[in-house]
Design a protein around this ligand. Sequence first.
Ligand code: BT5
Length: 291
Amino acid sequence: MSDENPPRSRWSDLERPPLNATALRRALLGADSLYTHLEVVGSVGSTNSELADRARRGAAQPGTVLVAEEQTAGRGRLDRGWSAPPRSGLFFSVLLAPEVPAERLGWLPLLAGVATAGALSRTAGVDTALKWPNDILVTVGGEERKCVGILAERVGEGPREGALVLGIGINVTLREAELPVPTAGSLQLAGAQGTDRDPLLRAVLRSLEDWYGRWTAVDGSAGESDLQEAYAAGCATLGRHVRVELPGDRALLGEAVALDGEGRLVIATGEGVQHPVAAGDIVHLRPAGGA
Ligand code: BT5
């Protein structure tokens, strides 16, 4: 009998109540809001893939927010994955069509990092740090751990040619034994005061709306919107010795000294030469303030 192994068992974790879609809609949607639709689905492969697919079919408008209680094929960059148990975090995507010059679009995932980090620190009461380009770190047992991953993708075809899907994954109550990789952390593991997902999601989406509004109002200028300054102020990568793993198995060693006007990380190597890096994986080699 199916009752012997009820499928709802994986949803029965009392510490992980479901999101309240009605209350989220009431709080976030409105005539002046960036957000036009908000849907919470039980399970989906990837919120980014699903929303991009809907946009290509003309079935989603800019401002749509798609949230999943569970992702069965969550995605990271470069075909990597994002995995977390159902309702242990927030997994959502927003469809956006920013009217800014194409060369400034690279700031959007950085903007999402600034907006999310600020909202999480204020709402959960934990210290957060940005790791260039798209991660947010929290401190667990004295170690920097990844608590948030961000993935911005162009929709690219059909009626939504200039649109982007901005996906954000936040580990909220993920426990040590559930970590998908040892470098992962969660708000709860970092000692958060609040791990209620509804206020966290509201705060993140409001902060995103606020930063997005400021950035688009000045034509995507990271300088004029103060985005560049806010990113640099919250970025744990600047001032650190790093190894940059570049596409094609190459690596660069040096000190991350600045963020340039296009959001690239500037690395000073031993020879005193500066290299702006547009994409790559960063390894922080020494702790902040370390010798
Ligand atoms: C990212 O990629 O960090 C972007 C993750 C974006 C996830 C969101 S969830 C909603 C939306 N829908 C999607 O399908 N995706 C977005 P990247 O920098 O490539 O990092 C991926 C790596 O992070 C993996 O290879 C693992 O090492 C690690 N990882 C996987 N799951 C993790 C987790 N829950 N917490 C921390 N690290 C994780």
